[in-house]
Design a protein around this ligand. Structure first.
Ligand code: SF4
Length: 447
């Protein structure tokens, strides 16, 4: 049961020491009640209070890790229904299904498709995250052989073992020891045996039940068998049913603290029609899937799903930004030009792309403007002459260049004189207003 702010406040040290970043214990308690703060931020909370508050401050959707190492992915931890309320936390896992009735050629090409799926988009690495190994044949030995092949060819990729047969599950899971696999296929009929297999393999479990009521009862049953790392599948047959079930589950978890639904949702969106499948997968990404399982890999499909997922799971209150530093583009020399811009991701990628297009090696000083673009940052007082001068001085770039010339964006030409006043000995050159004019600008200077 969720605690109110006042109930939480009673359990806090009440010293108002501010170490948590809030002015008072009461303010911190209110944020905890809204699940917008973590109890870890208070270093002085007693062990007893931690026990009580730990559960109250835990996210309403349980956090579960799939896989191990660099490619592992987290699911759940969501706290809101709508992104504008706070943010969505863990982007849905995109998994590709590989069935044990598929030909060797198809299996190989799907595994290769997963391991080579990574793309870089606006500074983030995006990929197909997992493989769902499916016991379509009903034959345990075929299933085991497929699991072994996946383990050998894609040892670091997280896996979902999909079968309702505990014996086949046990054999397949043996290939993924220590890799946090998910065992999907727990039903009311096989729950005891499947949970025993999952516990032995240290796997989380995926539950399937037709209908919301049956799913809720199954979740309680599996919990009572001693396993808490659960992923739930409402078994929706159509996109409409999926939307309805996912929304009901998320709403029950975050608004009603209904524990039986406080788990990540898995949706199998496989369809014969690739366009339709992509559409249903998109719906899952937008509406509460923690895992979407698709039938195959296509570059166009990946790009559409990756871009949608990235945009939905970007914190709307925090502009995407890149690290403040001096970036070298091309084979820079001491005499290479030095340009400056702000750290809004899109600004950085557009400007650096155009510098690259010019084929003139250059340094790009990217200044922290809290993710604002050039004009907005200037208007907000975050890209001012004083701040630019300070950044250039503190960057130590003087030691790497044989000149003292800084090229500023044309949109802030007005700052050139003030920067020269504050950066002694430097010449400020006004560059083009638009990034697409940079290649001609840089080439004309290099000529
Ligand atoms: Fe209160 Fe703890 Fe925050 Fe200090 S750190 S103000 S004791 S909640």
């Amino acid at each position: 049961m969720a605690l109110s702010g006042v109930e939480i406040f009673k359990l806090l040290p009440k010293t108002n020491c501010k170490k948590c970043g809030y002015p008072t214990c009461l303010a911190f308690a209110m944020k905890l009640a809204q699940r917008q703060a973590s109890l870890d931020a208070c270093p002085d909370v007693s062990e007893e209070a931690k026990k009580v508050l730990g559960e109250a401050s835990a996210p309403p959707v349980r956090s579960i890790t799939l896989g191990a190492g660099e490619l592992s992915v987290k699911m759940g931890e969501e706290t809101v229904l709508f992104r504008h309320e706070k943010k969505f936390v863990n982007p849905p896992v995109i998994a590709v299904a590989i069935g044990d009735a598929e030909s060797d050629g198809d299996v190989d090409s799907k595994i290769d498709g997963v391991t080579s799926s990574e793309i870089d988009r606006v500074g983030q690495k995006l990929r197909v995250d997992a493989i769902a190994i499916i016991n379509d044949s009903g034959d345990g030995s075929k299933f085991g052989a497929l699991a072994q092949k996946v383990a050998q060819k894609a040892p670091d990729v997280p896996v979902i073992i999909c079968t309702e047969d505990p014996g086949a599950a046990e054999a397949a899971l043996g290939n993924f020891t220590g890799k946090n696999p998910l065992l999907y296929g727990v039903t009311d009929g096989n729950a005891e045996a499947m949970v025993n297999v999952a516990k032995a393999a240290k796997a989380s479990v995926g539950l399937k039940a037709a209908g919301i009521d049956a799913l809720s009862a199954l979740t309680e049953k599996v919990k009572s068998l001693g396993i808490d790392d659960i992923v739930i599948d409402p078994r929706a047959k159509t996109a409409g049913e999926m939307l309805e079930a996912n929304t009901l589950i998320r709403r029950a978890a975050v608004k009603k603290s209904f524990k039986a639904f406080g788990y990540p949702i898995i949706n199998f969106v496989r369809r014969d029609n690739a366009l339709l499948e992509t559409l249903v997968a998109s719906l899952g990404i937008m509406k509460y899937s923690s895992v979407v399982v698709v039938s195959n890999i296509d570059k166009w499909k990946n790009l559409a799903l990756f871009a949608l997922r990235q945009n939905v799971y970007t914190d709307p209150q925090v502009p995407m930004q890149v690290e403040q530093k001096i970036y070298s583009i091309g084979d820079v020399k001491p005499e290479s030009p030095l340009l400056i811009t702000t750290n809004f991701s899109l600004t950085y990628f557009i400007v650096s792309g155009e510098v690259e297009n010019s084929r003139v090696p250059a340094r790009l000083a990217v200044m922290d403007s809290e993710g604002l673009s050039v004009l907005t940052a200037w208007a907000a007082g975050k890209f001012t002459a004083g701040k630019i001068a300070q950044f250039i001085k503190e960057s130590g770039i003087e030691n790497d260049v044989s000149h003292k010339e800084l090229i500023i964006p044309g949109y802030v030409a007005i700052l050139s004189g003030a920067i020269e006043d504050k950066l002694e000995g430097w010449k400020i050159t006004v560059g083009p207003r638009e990034a697409n004019a940079l290649p001609a600008f840089l080439k004309s200077r290099a000529a």
